[in-house]
Each structure stands twice: as C-alpha cells, then as structure tokens.
Write a protein that binds this ligand. Sequence first.
Ligand code: ADE
Ligand code: ZN
Length: 329
Amino acid sequence: MSLPKAELHLHIEGTLEPELAFELAARNGVELPYADTDSLRTAYQFEDLQSFLNLYYELMAVLRTERDFEDLANAYLARAAAQGVRHAEIFFDPQAHLARGVEMGTVVEGLWRALGSSARNHGVSTQLIMCFLRDESAESALETLDAAKPYLDRIVGVGLDSAEVGHPPVKFREVYEAAAALGLRRVAHAGEEGPPEYIVEALDVLGVERIDHGLRCVESPELVARLVRDRVPLTLCPLSNVRLRTVDVLGDHPLPAMLDAGLMCTVNSDDPAYFGGYAGDNFEAVQQALGLSEERLRELARNSFLASFLEHDEELRARYLAEVDAYEF
Ligand code: ADE
Ligand code: ZN
C-alpha cells in the first residue's frame, strides 16, 4: 500500500464515489435514478465493459461546474496519496461532457484547480491526458482536439477509450497524427476486450508510447516478443479486469506470467470507485491473489515511474525511483 508508485491508467470520472455523486446531484439539482448510495452500489455488477460504461456515463450527469471537477479531482488525489501514489497521469473524457453542454474550459480549468496545487496539497505530481471516445466518430475526435487547443499547456497527451470492439485504432489515425504534430504524447486502450491486432495497430498506426490494458497480447507470442524487445509499457488494471469479466478471478490473472515473459507491466486502478479499489488496493490484491514477491512489487513500482511522462523533470523521476529502491517492505 505505501510502496511509492505512479498511477498511469486512471479515468477521473471513474473516481466518482456514490457519496460524492449524491452530494453533487443535490448541489446541482440533478435527479439520480437511485434512492441512495446503497441502492446505487447494488448497480455495480457488471457483465462486460459496455454494461459498466452505461452507468459510468449516466452518473457523469452530476458533474456540471468547475467546482464539481475540482472536488472530484481533490477527492481522488487525497485517496491516491494515502495509497502511496506520488505521481498520477489522469485521463478525462471531454466528449462525454461536451455532449451534455459542459464546456472544455469548465472541465480542464476545474480539474486544474486541483491538479495545479496537488504537489503542494497532496504530495502528488500530476499530468492530464485527454481521451477520445472510440465509439464516437473520427470527426468528433478532431473537433474535440480543436476545442482543447486553448488548454494544451495543461494537457500532456491523448488517449483512446470507451467501447473497444468494432472500433479499431485505425479509425483515429488522422487525429493521432494531428495530436503528434501538436507535440502531444500518445497512448491508447487496446487489448482490453479487443484482439491483439488492435495493440499492433495502436503501435503502428497511432504511434502510441504505452498501451492501456494490453492484456490480450498474451494470445500472440509474436506480439509479446515485440513488446518485450521494445519495452512498451502496459498499464494493467487487475481489479478492473475481474469486475469487467475479462479475467474470471484474480488468481487467474496473467500478470505473473507477463512479468516472467519480460513485459514492462504496471498496475493501475482504471475506475476505482466502480471496481473496488485504488492503486494501492490493486497492488495489495495482486500480491495476495498471485503471491508476487517483494522484488516483483518493486519492479512494478519502478516500471510505473520509468513509463511515466516525466521527461520534463528527470530529477523528479530519479527521486521517485530512489524512493522505490529505498523502500522497506
Ligand atoms: N472508460 C473508462 N474506463 C474504461 C475502460 N476500462 N475501458 C475503456 N474505456 C473506459
Ligand atoms: Zn481505462
């Protein structure tokens, strides 16, 4: 839990706990179709990615003002700090907010009110990654990138999320080229529910530097060999995989085999309010279910800082890595 770590796969909208959802609903006069937090929690039984996404998008209705996004991010950062997170690269889904009439500026400025003071207030350095919804059109993604142009000093990169199957990375070739030309870093969800070919496409067509999830690479020995050779980081989310039923039980998770194969794995929380745990909870869960050694846990923590977008501050990265090396279990 207290092992220093970076969180590289975290959707800020997925940190909306039921209590805060009801608080924001009351503040904004939004009616939620659930009587209370307990009955909302009973809806957290997911069949697959889409059944989760339905609830995830539904609950976003309570996020309306800059203050809402600030409160959401501050709540996450406080929890993350308590679980050993020193650095967080945070996804957000602007299209889900723009579609509800919430402007890009409201989202980015609101999040920034928390992120801009996070190092001071929470001891967590932060970066922001803007995701495109892959079940929306490529034109919509291009418009979203355009809408983000006034805020690019606050956004380190772009990502690709939402319903994966049927929406291959190639659909977003143009917007990723435009993002690269703007100097943005590139990541994409691939191989969560989608096939290994989507991982290859994300690398070859979108030019991504990290793969979010990437779990299904294990089905292709050729792809595994490439990912090992090129040290492509994978941002795995073990508790998410169990809750979205890509893995039956945590004890069956391929993480140990992936580490043994030499893959550059990291452990993250994805949507912690929905999947039963934050970053430290994910570390504890894999340690218990998979019996990872202390050296494996240290490797996962080192990988998280090595894979993070800290090139603008190598001194900070070195400090974090030294903390991991000095950590006593
Ligand atoms: N949006 C939020 N969480 C997601 C996930 N695990 N996969 C795809 N899109 C998401
Ligand atoms: Zn995700």
